[in-house]
Write a protein that binds this ligand. Structure first.
Ligand SMILES: [Zn+2]
Length: 104
């Protein structure tokens, strides 16, 4: 089953990178987390790094054995530039307020 994109909820996820990283919590402790970064056929089509990956799958549908080297180059280029998503502080504050109001 194909999972929809977590950002737009409609686009097809074409590739997923699991990126480990650490951050400091409010108590100053280092916390290790894993972030999943996806390439979406809809969200990422216009991006200069992910656009060629989207174009490849639009043309070929799936990874073809005869294209492994060029496809690997596209994926490696994306993976080298991928960074964990920054938290949306406004969304976090809104969620905390909803929790205090008893809505969660
Ligand atoms: Zn999307």
């Amino acid at each position: 089953m194909i999972e929809p994109c977590p950002r737009c909820r409609t686009g097809e996820v074409l590739a997923v990178l699991r990126l480990p990283y650490t951050w400091s919590n409010a108590a100053g402790r280092r916390v290790r987390v894993m972030s999943e970064i996806a390439v979406c056929g809809r969200c990422d089509a216009g991006d200069p790094v992910t656009g060629p990956i989207v174009a490849y799958f639009a043309v070929h549908g799936s990874a073809r054995p005869e294209h492994l080297a060029p496809l690997a180059r596209l994926l490696r280029r994306w993976a080298e530039r991928a960074r964990p998503p920054r938290p949306d502080l406004d969304a976090l504050a809104a969620e905390a307020e909803a929790w205090y109001r008893g809505e969660l």
